[in-house]
Write a protein that binds this ligand. Sequence first.
Ligand code: PMP
Length: 282
Amino acid sequence: QNVLLNGELLERSKASIDIEDRGYQFGDGVYEVIRVYNGKMFTEEEHLDRLWASAASIGIEIPYSKKEVQEQLKLLVEKDQLVIGTVYLQFTRGISPRKHPFPANGVTPTFVAYTREVGRPVEKLQSGVKAIITDDIRWLRCDIKSLNLLGNLLANQKAAEAGCDEAVLHREGRVTEGSHSNISIVKGGKVYTHPANHFILNGISRRVMIEICKREEIPFIEEPFTVEELTQADEIFLTGTTVEVMPIVELAGKSISGGKPGPLTRKLQELFKSEIELQCGK
Ligand code: PMP
């Protein structure tokens, strides 16, 4: 396996990070996970645009053009001979003696990227997954894809301990998103999801799903819904880079849509798959 470290391709064992890298000490950085199907990156531009936006919002200046990063990632995927999987990439603010204020100019952000082989979660896409409901205790800039994921980790750990895949988060009864995915519900043939503001990460898969709804004239509403509305939904599904359109069939121990993926979720799954095939081939 190879690692892209500050623009250089190295064997993983040769890549090292300084103990005073601000990503390591403070989680002071941003990241992306891009899906690779058929050796090609899906919605790569959108992920890179979001990475640049995340970096800009915390004052990190990425020392490459998007095109340069794109070329480096392409080389990495080729070198690893990755057919199906993910590319993880992150930029931290860089290396500087530990101190809260941002270091003075002249510190170069640290860039790391590597791949992982991950198949499509075919079985779970068919059968659906279980989720718990828990408080959203995260900060108020969830729109930034920051390395600081403790709030997400604590929620997902609770889910794992309950034998579930995802934790659905809410703020005072209003559902925001999953610990590592966006969430939508279907009620009366309409799809509802939280608007893209500072309470959620505006998922790339969420955006693909919204585009599909618009194109197919599936009624789609970007409005927050409550935990009560969630539990009474006809169908519930998650969207995310690795989970695609993932049905939730059990929520807080109660069966949803008869314990199997609902018809609209199925339709969106299929259309999402067509979108993948359109960009990356079959
Ligand atoms: N929300 C959170 C908190 C996430 O971590 C993720 C992705 N990992 C998503 C939503 C989904 O985003 P995307 O579709 O871009 O993967």
